[in-house]
Design a protein around this ligand. Structure first.
Ligand code: URA
Length: 210
C-alpha cells in the first residue's frame, strides 16, 4: 500500500455502494451492505500482510504452509459509524485486536471533540487499520490517527467507504505516511460538512436514528 489514496474499484463494491447511497434503502439493507463492503475492503487492505511458513500435517503428509506473520492486526473504530465497517472486517479477521476512539464533531466549528479512547496494546508491532465510513473534513480522522500514533502505532492505514477531496487533503497534510483506502472519492463537502453526493449521515443510516 504505497500510494496515499487508493480507490477500490471492484464492481461488487461499486454496485453495493450505489444501493447504499440511494435514500430509499432501508436501515437493515444499509447495515447489511456496509458489512458486505467492509469485507471486500478488508480483503484489499490486508493484501500486503507478511506471511511466514509453518509446518502442519495434512491427512496425507507433512507440509510447509503459509500463515500470517507477527502480531495480530489492530482495528480502530471511530465511534459510532466506524462500527459498521468494523463488524464486517472482524468476520474476515476474527482474531484482530480492536480499539475504539470516540470523537464527535462540533457542528459549529466542525472540529472533533474526544470522549472515549481505548486502544489495544503493542500497537507498534501491528498493522493498525483505522475505520470510519466517511472521510469528510478529515478533522476526526486526523485526530484519531494522532491518538493511534501517540499510543505507539507506526504502520497505519485509514479505511473508509467515501472520501471528500477536502478530507483526503487534510489527511495527507496531517499524516502523509498513512495511506487512505476508500470505495469512492466524491465531489465535495457542503456547507454543513456533508459529503456530496455522499449517502447522508452514515451513523443515522446505519442505526436508524435521525
Ligand atoms: N459524516 C457523515 O455521516 N456523512 C457525511 O456526509 C459527512 C460526515
Amino acid at each position: 500500500m504505497s500510494a496515499h489514496l487508493s480507490i477500490v474499484t471492484h464492481p461488487l463494491v461499486q454496485h453495493k455502494l450505489t444501493i447504499m447511497r440511494d435514500k430509499t434503502t432501508s436501515t437493515a439493507k444499509f447495515r447489511q451492505l456496509l458489512r458486505e463492503i467492509s469485507m471486500l475492503l478488508a480483503y484489499e487492505v490486508t493484501r500486503d500482510l507478511a506471511l511466514t511458513e509453518t509446518t502442519i500435517e495434512t491427512p496425507l503428509c507433512p507440509m510447509q504452509a503459509p500463515r500470517l506473520e507477527g502480531r495480530k492486526l489492530a482495528l480502530v473504530s471511530i465511534l459510532r459509524a466506524g462500527n459498521g465497517l468494523l463488524d464486517g472486517i472482524l468476520e474476515l479477521v476474527p482474531a484482530a485486536r480492536v480499539g475504539f476512539v470516540g470523537l464527535y464533531r462540533d457542528e459549529e466549528t466542525l472540529q472533533p471533540v474526544q470522549y472515549y479512547n481505548k486502544l489495544p496494546s503493542e500497537l507498534g508491532e501491528r498493522l493498525v487499520i483505522v475505520v470510519d465510513p466517511m472521510l469528510a473534513t478529515g478533522n476526526s480522522s486526523a485526530a484519531a490517527v494522532d491518538l493511534v500514533k501517540q499510543a505507539g502505532g507506526r504502520r497505519i492505514i485509514f479505511l473508509c467507504l467515501l472520501a471528500a477531496p477536502e478530507g483526503v487533503a487534510r489527511m495527507k497534510e496531517a499524516h502523509p505516511d498513512v495511506p487512505v483506502v476508500t470505495a469512492a472519492l466524491d465531489e465535495r463537502l457542503n456547507d454543513k460538512g456533508y459529503i456530496v453526493p455522499g449517502l447522508g449521515d452514515a451513523g443515522d443510516r446505519l442505526y436508524g436514528t435521525r
